[in-house]
Design a protein around this ligand. Structure first.
Ligand code: SF4
Ligand code: F3S
Length: 111
């Protein structure tokens, strides 16, 4: 098992998660983060830290596309270990349906 970042991170990107991860396995895209599945030690501490409830255990049903997306982009995006201020409109995007189509494959800035 591992943990994965899912749709509701898109455009919320609060980054509270990165400051608690003991193995620094978050990677940053332009508008969301992902978890590296081979580096995550399944400790679970990030899950309750996400204000958007975007982090889920991969055993949850229906997460196949997000499991694949985390694995793919963790290999190409830069590592992020330090919390940053979220986008100014992050709260407006929290819980909005259909954010999947707003996914941006471009890398973020990383640390
Ligand atoms: Fe990091 Fe633990 Fe979250 Fe995995 S479950 S991403 S190791 S904080
Ligand atoms: Fe995204 Fe939640 Fe982290 S919104 S950046 S998974 S705190």
């Amino acid at each position: 098992m591992t943990y994965v970042v899912t749709e509701n991170c898109i455009r919320c990107k609060y980054t509270d998660c990165v400051s608690v991860c003991p193995v620094d396995c978050f990677y940053e895209g332009e508008n969301m983060l992902v978890i590296h599945p081979d580096e995550c030690i399944d400790c679970g501490v990030c899950e309750p830290e996400c204000p958007a409830e975007a982090i889920k255990p991969d055993a949850e049903p229906g997460l196949e596309k997000w499991i694949a997306l985390n694995a793919e982009y963790a290999q190409v995006w830069p590592n992020i270990t330090i919390r940053r201020d979220p986008p100014a409109d992050a709260n407006e995007w929290d819980g909005k349906p259909g954010k999947e189509k707003l996914f941006n494959p471009e890398p973020g800035q990383g640390d």
